[in-house]
Design a protein around this ligand. Structure first.
Ligand SMILES: *Cc1c(COP(=O)(O)O)cnc(C)c1O
Length: 227
């Protein structure tokens, strides 16, 4: 099956206001030659959910790409991506944040992170409760993590056709985002990114204020195995 990635990308970008919302093209499970088609069409931000796959693509592809870790990240694997990762979307524990800080320090970087918030009804999805987000953003925690910077929140809505439900969940995430922005005053916390929206729900997410959408299958086609 032939897919025209450049055309998919163009179609996608024509539906969004790029001054408000950026695209992270989710390239997981897709081979480098396909991902390169998006690169050649101008795309520079890519998202992966497995450390090894991200490292392999980073090594093989041009160095002006911004790599986003969008999946659940194990602490023992942080070291492999710390030297180059642009943004880690799925931070959901203090332990992970401490490890990112430690590995960032070794490579002389400050790594930008998003806290993943559990907004869906499903219990299987990862993420922090609103209260846990507040605890992680307390000075007691953040003061000790000079090599990470929290730049926003990430969330995944319930996988449902009920658009009202999805909208409600995205709206809730944006409200939490705004309240943190208004209340947390710490140099290690700069609330500017709201990562929400995937192929099935990005229009709803953008309507609720998403600044970055993570879209895979709408650009690269369906994945042949689940990831
Ligand atoms: C796979 C994945 C996406 C992209 O999903 P599509 O439905 O293919 O757009 C977005 N976010 C996360 C966290 C993912 O794992």
């Amino acid at each position: 099956m032939d897919i025209d990635i450049a055309k998919n990308l163009q179609t996608f970008l024509s539906t969004v206001d790029q001054s408000r919302t950026r695209l992270v093209a989710v390239s997981k499970t897709k081979p480098v030659n396909l991902v390169m088609q998006a690169y050649e069409a101008g795309q520079r931000e890519f998202g992966e959910n497995k450390v090894q796959e991200m490292v392999e693509k980073y090594e093989q592809m041009p160095k002006d790409i911004d790599w986003h870790m969008i999946g659940h990240l194990q602490t023992n694997k942080v070291k492999y991506i710390a030297p180059f990762v642009k943004l880690i979307h799925g931070v959901d524990s203090e332990k992970l944040l401490r490890t990112i800080d430690k590995e960032a320090k070794k490579t002389n970087r400050v790594i930008d992170c998003l806290l993943q918030v559990h907004i869906a009804e499903e219990e299987t999805k990862f993420g922090l409760s609103d209260e846990e987000v507040g605890q992680l953003l307390s000075a007691e925690v953040i003061n000790h993590l000079p090599n990470v910077r929290i730049v926003g929140l990430m969330g995944m809505a319930t996988n449902t056709d009920d658009q009202q439900q999805v909208t409600k969940e995205f709206r809730h995430l944006n409200e939490l985002f705004s309240s943190i922005k208004a209340s947390v005053n710490h140099p290690g916390v700069v609330m500017k990114e709201l990562s929400m929206g995937m192929s099935s729900d990005y229009l709803l997410a953008i309507a609720e204020g998403s600044t970055v959408v993570r879209v895979g299958s709408a650009i690269f086609g369906e994945r042949s195995y689940s990831a």
